[in-house]
Design a protein around this ligand. Structure first.
Ligand code: PMP
Length: 415
């Protein structure tokens, strides 16, 4: 990370980027939009919108099967995007990059193709209490189909994983560890290096759900050494409907295809089918070429800014938001882990989170309220819902101050 002793230089650098996002310059209910729902979906810069438009207006045709010029252009664009994702993740080979619809589909692919054929009645899948439903339900489905058991590692009152308990739950019955890299409900950054080391010491592969990590810090699959890593384009300033499964090549080679159809075969007859090689084996049907191109453009954009600087700037926003919200009477922050990404979950005494979200919307401030698809986390804290402000590098301290003022005014309506 480049040390920026001069915070104002960093703030100045980041002040320029909001203008790259056309959607952010509008007013909502007559007030300038303050977009603090980036954890659900981040906005797209013009560079991404342009790349998708260029693809649609000069390159689009179906991929892989055509000899004509447009089909070759589309194939080059799609495969170029795969290579861009490979370099972004520092994966060893583009055979390790499978395009999916998003994080959810990538986890389901691993659940059905990796876990299901390997699991039996005494086997266990180890997850944590911090998971998004997308990293719970696919494992429950596989457990129900195979008789395997879902084991859940506990968290503490700060919303941090109890690493000692996690290690003690790893056993000879554990077949797979699946954990989030960053919790979407609380912002907790999990100790993924320790998790991977502990699991590998027992010969257990690890899937990391990186949906909330990829926008915030640089990643290196070879250094991280996990076996599967999954994320969604729309949280990384890219399009919806595109995501990535990174998988260690040796494991992907062993896994059967998940879905059947065009593109994932080498030959088909009524006697039998020969499957295609990696990565195509896992990409049945016409893929989302335009989405892949948009994702590659988003990666280029984020890389130009620099993820090290993004991480530093966003940490500054997080500290500011934590202080600003803590200073508002009646506000309690849920999730106080020592290591957090730039989001704050909170509740306000006497104000239901949904009411708070609706009132803030009148001020042009977009936050998310609800269970954040992480109902076990809400249950742990005895809450039906929280309000969540999640920050991107285009947000500012002034916007956070507006949020704090609006929260204080909303509370005043209820006391
Ligand atoms: N995991 C985490 C940690 C998430 O935050 C999300 C999105 N909220 C998902 C999985 C699911 O992502 P998607 O809906 O893009 O498949």
């Amino acid at each position: 990370m480049t040390p920026h002793n001069d915070r104002s230089a960093l703030a100045k650098k980041f002040a320029q980027y909001k203008a790259d996002f056309p959607i952010l310059s509008q007013t909502i209910h007559g007030k300038p939009l303050v977009y603090l729902d980036n954890g659900a979906s981040a906005q797209r810069p013009m560079a991404v919108i342009d790349a998708e438009q260029r693809y649609a207006t000069s390159m689009h045709a179906n991929v892989h099967r055509g000899v004509h010029t447009l089909s070759q252009r589309a194939t080059d664009a799609y495969e170029g995007a795969r290579e861009r994702v490979r370099s972004f993740l520092n994966a060893k080979s583009s055979n390790e990059i499978i395009f999916t619809r998003g994080t959810t589909e990538a986890i389901n692919l691993v659940a059905q193709s990796y876990a299901r054929p390997r699991l039996g009645p005494n086997d266990e899948i180890l997850i944590t209490w911090l998971e998004h439903h997308a990293n719970i339900v696919p494992w429950q489905m596989v457990a129900a189909a195979t008789g395997a058991k879902l084991v859940v590692a506990p968290i503490n009152q700060a919303g941090e994983l109890d690493l000692a308990a996690f290690k003690s739950l790893l056993s000879t019955r554990t077949r797979l560890v699946a954990t989030s890299h960053v919790s979407n409900a609380l912002g907790t950054v999990l100790p993924v290096r320790e998790i991977v080391a502990a699991a590998h010491a027992q010969g257990v592969p690890v899937l990391l759900d990186g949906a909330q990590a990829v926008p915030h810090f640089a990643l290196d699959m070879q250094e991280l050494d996990c076996d599967f890593y999954v994320f969604s384009g729309h949280k990384l300033y890219g399009p919806t409907g595109i995501g990535v499964l990174y998988g260690r090549e040796a494991l992907l080679e062993e896994m059967p295809p998940w879905q059947g159809g065009g593109d994932m075969i080498l030959s088909v007859s009524f006697q039998g089918t020969t499957y295609n090689t990696l990565p195509y084996k896992f990409e049945a049907g016409t893929p989302n070429m335009s989405g892949a191109v948009g994702l590659a453009a988003a990666i280029d954009y984020v890389d130009r800014i620099g993820l090290a600087d993004i991480a530093e700037f966003e940490q500054d926003l997080l500290v500011h938001a934590t202080h600003a919200l803590t200073a508002v009477a009646g506000v309690r922050i849920i999730g106080t882990a020592a290591d957090k990404a730039s989001l704050v979950s909170f509740v306000v005494d006497g104000v239901h989170p949904h009411d708070l979200g609706t009132i803030l919307d009148q001020d042009g401030i977009a936050i998310r309220t609800g269970h954040h698809c992480a109902m076990p986390v809400m249950d742990f804290f005895g809450l039906p819902a929280t309000a969540r402000a999640s920050f991107a590098f285009y947000n500012t301290k002034a916007e956070i101050d507006q949020l704090a003022t609006a929260v204080a005014s909303a509370r005043a309506l209820f006391i």
